[in-house]
Write a new protein. Structure first.
Ligand SMILES: NC(=O)c1ccc[n+]([C@@H]2O[C@H](COP(=O)([O-])OP(=O)(O)OC[C@H]3O[C@@H](n4cnc5c(N)ncnc54)[C@H](O)[C@@H]3O)[C@@H](O)[C@H]2O)c1
Length: 292
């Protein structure tokens, strides 16, 4: 059985994937907050912004599913540390430890400034909609470099939104169910011919903005379609900011910075986050909850 390192395993996507992939792989979970491994899992605590931690975490694994990082728009210092330095450390540690395959959780926000009336594929020029989107583009570029220079096998998944059900009109176009996400991840781990690929992490949504033919080529056959939830979602939808409604990235295109909605484990961590936010040099800090 393959051993797979999952960074950021304590987050939303990691929690879905742990459940979906249980029994198929030996999962080595990693996060900077403490996690309790279940049967078939091990845990290595580590901060991705520290290369020494990543050298330890990546040792001896068959592939890495890199989820760890700052997962919404935010202050530059936070994004720099987790998504730029952290992402570099994961690729560099993998390379030094001879781990060839990395699945990188990039985002629809790498291309969020495409209009909603455009269908885009994996070859379009990048159009990030914020610092977070730029950090995902950085990760994709790093993946391309490590594939070409070091022969690594890099599978970049531009994830829409992973959830049991789509929660608003935008998500009807970008939603991915946990089981479809797991199918995509399995392809990323198992496909024999990955060099450098970009695919969209979306279900088979009728309202999709993506031509996901590259994922289809690699065998992806998503089972779910957000349309089953459309009537219910649209009935409760309220009109939003016209800029958000125009672009695929939604509120990310106009919100300067948002609080990270990821659950913080302890009061101390919450206090630290509040302090960071207060210190942020970002102007027009918006307290709206982050929406991927
Ligand atoms: N959730 C989605 O629908 C979605 C959509 C697009 C892209 N993504 C990407 O997928 C990945 C996972 O998303 P998520 O929703 O699970 O995010 P999340 O915020 O819920 O989880 C991120 C995890 O990373 C950990 N982390 C943060 N900084 C770290 C550090 N320096 N060292 C070690 N661990 C650290 C956090 O503790 C957390 O458990 C992220 O990279 C995100 O950008 C997610």
């Amino acid at each position: 059985m393959k051993t797979i390192l999952m960074t950021g395993a304590g987050g939303g996507v990691g929690t879905h994937l742990r459940r979906e992939l249980a029994g198929r792989y030996s999962l080595r979970l990693s996060d900077y907050r403490k996690l309790k491994p279940a049967k078939g899992e091990t845990f290595v605590q580590g901060d991705i912004s520290k290369i020494s931690d990543m050298l330890r975490a990546t040792k001896g694994v068959d592939a890495i599913v890199h989820l760890g990082g700052y997962s919404v728009e935010g202050a530059w210092d936070d994004i720099l540390s987790a998504n730029i330095i952290g992402c570099y450390n994961v690729f560099e540690a993998a390379q030094r430890n001879g781990v060839k395959r990395i699945l990188f959780a990039t985002s629809n926000h790498a291309v969020g400034f495409y209009r909603r009336d455009h269908v885009i594929d994996h070859r379009v020029y990048i159009k990030p909609d914020g610092r977070y989107g730029v950090s995902k583009v950085f990760g994709e570029a790093l993946g391309s470099l490590y594939a070409d220079k070091y022969g690594m096998e890099v599978f970049c998944m531009r994830i829409g939104n992973v959830n049991d059900a789509p929660i608003d009109k935008r998500r009807l176009s970008i939603w991915i169910s946990p089981r479809d996400m797991a199918q995509l991840v399995t392809i990323g781990i198992e496909h024999p011919e990955i060099r450098f690929e970009i695919v969209y992490g979306v279900s088979n949504n009728r309202r999709s903005w993506y031509d996901n033919s590259n994922a289809t080529r690699l065998g992806y056959r998503p089972q779910d379609d957000s349309e089953a939830f459309a009537a219910e979602v649209l009935a409760r939808e309220k009109p939003g900011d016209p800029r958000a409604e125009t672009y695929q990235g939604g509120t990310f295109v106009h919100v300067e910075a948002v609080e990270n909605p990821a659950p913080l484990p302890q009061r101390r961590a919450r206090k630290a986050a509040a302090k960071r936010t207060a210190k942020s040099k970002v102007t027009g800090l918006n307290k709206a909850r982050g929406r991927r």
